[in-house]
Design a protein around this ligand. Structure first.
Ligand code: ADP
Ligand code: MG
Length: 484
């Protein structure tokens, strides 16, 4: 779309993110939450809402929701109720969903995102509340009827609701990235959008620049990746602007995203306000969070990515970029910190993790959790380089792969066995230099006439003859002084 046209409008976006909590059992009973079981096998009478059954709240669900709230600087509600949201849908066996309407467990708060220019922006949250998932309607090709699988019914969710403050698809993407990083650090959700364990409804409206009254909001559903959320937003902004420009009135509605075309299409309009007849669930007593329990949860909070990132910058002197990459996931950050217990060469530790270690993991489709080399071994490798016994290139190209094969041996043992300890013995290097100088008298003259670039040819020759074991720094100095 024409830039000038786009700049006539302010875009307003609010996200509602559902995160499936990693509890073993459902929110109100002991049915398993395991994914991929035969349809309708994780369903007891309570999940199905049979008359006379009683829900019992899963304590872990509350703990996980509070953790997310603490990570997002929310106010934690200490006394709350659970509400019934009544509506009919085949995937909703009870005829109502138990959710939190008036007393969400977390209120306010914010999530810091990284902008393109490297600065941060705090995205204000409206609330985080606890609710239960519905079942799944399944439409099979050959099947005339719609099938329903209730295994997912009653799986715990938190819904993270932002204020309408996001400005474009980039910010929305950055927000989702950060939320995913947080739930993974907290180990409360696997954050996988492709598999539906994190889902996002996107609310988008536009208004002419300079005005303050929000336009009617359009809610887009069914994007199963962050990339698709971004695509849906970009499409929707353009569609709304074009509509307004041609004199149409945007309707507040719910739209469906189609990933194959990158477009959205109308599902239902919101002109008639839904009436869910919320009322407190009479089967669940009000919940009180004790001070002691809240403190217990607070003290069990792991280091969060932004705190760790700051620590890496301030204490370890890393660049913001390095700190960001190293804190991308918790396991990497933990591994890096462990190396730093054994070395003070933090920059080298960072280079190793972001370089050879990451490449090895990527090439083999591994995560750092199943990386064979202990942090201590890696610190020994760094120490070996720092002591001038091997060069970085010998260490990364020869020692590192050998260590992966024999992680029980020390780097020094392997370096000695493979005869990789580098030669900084001036006499031996001197002999090699003598030989090279007498073999290439022309090149020596060229060098002395000022073609200093020839030095690299001499270095190459020297490294070759020392079988890569010459200490490059020592070799370089010796060569220069010999050539004059
Ligand atoms: P509803 O009750 O229809 O779900 P809410 O007021 O609870 O609406 O808001 C749902 C989401 O929509 C929130 O993330 C909020 O920030 C966002 N939102 C509200 N109004 C607008 C708007 N005019 N444009 C874009 N997003 C909006
Ligand atoms: Mg909504």
């Amino acid at each position: 779309m024409d830039n000038a046209l786009r700049e006539k409008y302010t875009v307003v976006i609010g996200l509602e993110v559902h995160a499936q909590l990693l509890t073993q059992s459902k929110i109100y009973n002991t049915d398993s939450t395991e994914y991929g079981n035969l349809p309708n096998t994780n369903v007891s009478a309570i999940t199905l809402g049979h008359p006379g059954t009683l829900p019992i709240l899963n304590k872990k669900v509350v703990e996980y929701a509070i953790k997310m709230g603490l990570a997002c600087n929310c106010n934690i509600t200490r006394e709350m109720i659970f509400d019934r949201k009544n509506y009919f849908y085949p995937d909703l066996p009870k005829g109502y969903q138990i959710t939190q309407d008036r007393t969400p467990i977390c209120v306010g708060g914010n999530v810091a995102i990284n902008l393109k220019d490297g600065t941060e922006r705090n995205i204000a949250l409206n609330r985080i509340h606890i609710e239960e998932d519905a079942g799944k309607s399944i439409h099979l090709d050959q099947e005339e009827d719609t099938l329903v699988d209730y295994n997912r019914a009653g799986v715990p969710l938190i819904e993270i609701v932002t204020e309408p403050v996001l400005k474009d698809s980039y910010e929305a993407h950055a927000f989702l990235t950060e939320v995913r990083r947080l739930v993974r650090y907290l180990e409360i959700c696997d954050g996988n959008m492709e598999e539906g364990s994190m889902r996002c409804d996107t609310n988008i409206s536009i208004m002419p620049v300079g005005t303050t009254e929000f336009g009617p909001k359009v809610e887009v559903k069914n994007m199963n990746s962050m990339r698709n959320v971004q695509r849906a937003i970009d499409f929707e902004i353009e569609r709304q602007i074009m509509a307004v420009e041609s004199g149409e009135i945007i309707e507040s509605e719910t739209r469906d995203f189609d990933a194959s075309t990158g477009t959205t299409s109308g599902m239902r309009t919101k002109e008639a306000l839904n009436d869910y007849r919320y009322f407190p669930d009479p089967d669940l007593s009000p919940l009180q969070i004790s001070k002691e329990w809240l403190q217990e949860i607070e003290s069990s909070m792991p280091g969060l990515p932004r705190e760790l990132s700051l620590k890496f910058i301030n204490e370890y002197g890393l660049t913001a970029y390095d700190a960001r990459v190293l804190t991308d996931d918790r396991e990497t950050a933990v591994y890096f910190e462990e190396i730093c217990l054994h070395t003070h060469n933090y920059k080298a530790a960072s280079n190793w993790v972001m370089g050879p270690v990451k490449s090895h993991l990527n090439e083999n489709g591994l995560s750092i959790g199943n990386f064979k080399l202990s942090a201590k071994r890696l610190s020994e490798l760094i120490a070996l380089i720092d002591a001038g016994k091997v060069s970085f290139s010998v260490a990364s190209q020869h020692l590192f792969p050998e260590l992966l094969i024999s992680p029980d041996k020390t780097p020094l043992e392997i370096a000695e066995a493979l005869n990789l300890i580098q030669d900084s013995d001036g006499d031996k290097l001197g002999e090699i230099i003598d030989a090279i100088v007498s073999e290439f008298p022309e090149k020596v003259k060229q060098y002395q006439r000022g073609q200093k670039g020839i030095l690299s040819m001499f270095m190459g020759e020297l490294m070759k003859r020392s079988k890569g074991k010459a200490d490059p720094k020592v070799a370089n100095e010796l060569l220069r002084s010999r050539l004059g």
